[in-house]
Design a protein around this ligand. Structure first.
Ligand SMILES: *[C@@H]1O[C@H](CO)[C@@H](O)[C@H](O)[C@H]1NC(C)=O
Ligand SMILES: *[C@@H]1O[C@H](CO)[C@@H](O)[C@H](O)[C@H]1NC(C)=O
Ligand SMILES: *[C@@H]1O[C@H](CO)[C@@H](O)[C@H](O)[C@H]1NC(C)=O
Length: 242
């Protein structure tokens, strides 16, 4: 299998050159993507298993699965896939050409084949919308053909910009722990003598103002008259309520 990898490595520039020659008659060195060969008779379907929402992340490889069905009456030799990253508003402004991958797999008439293509949005790509075009090149008896199977706007995000559910889960656990801790402390405080004293005093104050007279020491003080008024008000209030 190492030899097949080597063969691919050797053929890679060769194929690019072939395609370039086939594509640009006047300028043999023209990039294959700038002058695409005509389309053959294939049907394609694709998906991005790791990025089903088409929100890619700068610096993270995007795997593409491409299904090809040969609708022609002759075999096609699937040569390579190439792609580019372009301005979403102006396709002519390209930012990046994705590395080509070669296949050299023959798909017979009426048959299907699926291949994988991986491209890498550059790590320092500013987060934005971009137009990504992916093209498959294949060879028939009369020469090269191409089909652009994906040509759509995608969103490229910065790493970490995507919702990180793992992190959110950790936050939820953290908040739950803090809440549990707070509840535990509250239970201890509730039972503590200090708290009982504080709250007990408040409750007693109301009782006292109803009973009105067992605290000799407050008689005649401003607090005493305040207490009486409050008791009266409370009495009225409860009468009204009845
Ligand atoms: C990238 O592809 C475009 C065509 O889409 C071509 O004009 C350009 O020369 C290529 N750039 C490189 C560096 O290969
Ligand atoms: C497919 O194309 C490549 C490159 O042109 C060639 O080396 C290979 O033999 C072809 N495969 C078949 C089965 O014709
Ligand atoms: C991709 O689509 C744009 C329009 O959105 C078009 O101008 C461009 O030629 C297409 N590219 C390819 C390779 O089909």
């Amino acid at each position: 299998m190492a030899s097949s990898a080597l063969r691919h490595a050797l053929l890679l520039p060769l194929v690019a050159c072939f395609i370039a020659v086939a594509a640009g008659q006047e300028a043999p060195r023209a990039h294959p993507l700038s002058n695409l060969p005509p389309s053959g008779e294939i049907s394609t379907g694709f998906f991005f298993p790791d990025f089903p929402t088409r929100q890619f992340i700068a610096g993270q490889a995007v795997k593409t699965v491409l299904g090809i069905r040969n609708d022609a009456s002759e075999p096609y030799n699937i040569s390579a896939i190439m792609g580019s990253l372009n301005n979403a508003a102006d396709f002519r402004a390209y930012y990046w050409n994705f590395t080509q991958q070669v296949y050299f797999q023959v798909v017979a008439p009426g048959k299907e084949l699926s291949v994988e293509y991986t491209f890498l949005p550059p790590k320092d790509l500013p987060p934005n919308d971009y137009q990504v075009a992916l093209t498959v090149f294949y060879e028939a008896a009369e020469g090269f053909k191409s089909t652009t199977f994906f040509n759509q706007t995608v969103t490229v995000l910065e790493k970490g910009q995507l919702i990180d559910w793992k992190l959110i889960f950790l936050y939820v656990i953290f908040i739950a722990l803090v809440a549990a801790g707070a509840f535990y402390v509250w239970n201890i405080v509730k039972e503590s003598q200090l708290y009982k004293n504080l709250v007990g005093k408040k409750q007693r104050k109301v009782e006292v103002s109803r009973a009105d007279n067992d605290d000799e020491w407050v008689k005649g003080t401003p607090y005493d008259s305040f207490r009486r008024q409050k008791a009266k008000a409370a009495g009225k209030g409860s009468k009204k309520a009845q």
